[in-house]
Design a protein around this ligand. Structure first.
Ligand code: T5A
Length: 217
């Protein structure tokens, strides 16, 4: 049965502005009277948050293999889909998710060079066919994203300790994926100020959700 809700994911490299834009969009949608569920990956549910800590901060994660990393990211996703996303969509909520399966395709598949077929098959297993209707890819120069991320408070995590080439591979991987999946992924220039990026997001959503979101956009 098709769900009544709307699932939108946000993607991009570190510091590209996903959380900032999700907060703005959630406020806008809530003001129009809709239930909005904002989530982050890894995380978004108790089990996922534990996995997030393992992936990012727990010293037990030092020296983690790329294979174990892949499976932990998708384990978090498998739980989030079943515990939170599907029930929310069935209630008719709008789900805004900070990262989803494309992060795994790009970070583990492209930047960590795990075979694309392997990544695609574990992603398919974890999502069980629950996919975003629209994915907004906030595209930003990798170094600028790292500068923005560093300007925020908070400790550096395991995933933020890679060399610059890693983040450049992530950016290229995302742009290639957006070409391959152009019907779902909209590329947003994230180099402007917060209002300019927000306006580009609204324009992309209006175009891609034409006729489906009465009174929302
Ligand atoms: N990962 C994740 C994988 O490897 N595989 C996977 O499958 C998944 C799901 C998650 C890490 O895990 C990896 C990817 C990541 O390395 P995270 O802590 O959730 O890590 O961090 P990120 O998703 O990378 O998010 P960030 O919090 O770093 O960045 P955001 O949310 O994109 O950016 P935001 O909004 O916090 O903005 C960063 C700073 O820039 C400012 C903000 O005020 C903030 O200070 N800012 C702007 N400044 C100027 N102009 C703008 N337009 C701005 N927009 C925001």
């Amino acid at each position: 049965m098709a769900s009544k809700g709307l699932f939108i994911s946000f993607e991009g490299s570190e510091g590209c502005g996903k959380s900032t834009q999700i907060e703005r969009l959630a406020t806008r949608f809530r003001d129009s009277g809709r239930e909005v569920v904002t989530l982050r990956e890894p995380g978004g549910c108790p089990l996922g948050e534990k996995i997030r800590d393992l992936l990012k901060f727990d010293p037990a994660g030092d020296g983690m293999s790329a294979e174990a990393e892949l499976l932990l990211f998708v384990a978090s996703r498998a739980q989030l889909v079943r515990e939170v996303i599907r029930p929310a969509l069935d209630r008719g909520a709008i789900v805004l998710c900070d990262r989803f399966l494309d992060s795994t395709t790009v970070y583990q598949g492209v930047a960590r060079a795990i075979a694309p077929d392997t990544v695609a098959s574990v992603n398919a297993f974890a999502t069980g066919g629950t996919l975003p209707k629209v994915t907004l890819l906030l595209d930003l120069d990798a170094a600028e994203g790292r500068r923005r991320a560093a300007s925020r408070k908070g400790p550096t995590d395991r995933m933020e300790q890679e060399q610059e080439e890693f983040y450049e591979a992530v950016r290229r991987g995302y742009l290639d994926l957006a070409v391959a999946e152009s019907s779902r992924i909209a590329v947003i220039d994230a180099s402007g100020d917060i209002d300019a990026v927000g306006a580009s997001i609204m324009a992309a959503l209006s175009e891609r959700l034409k006729g489906e979101c009465h009174g929302l956009l």
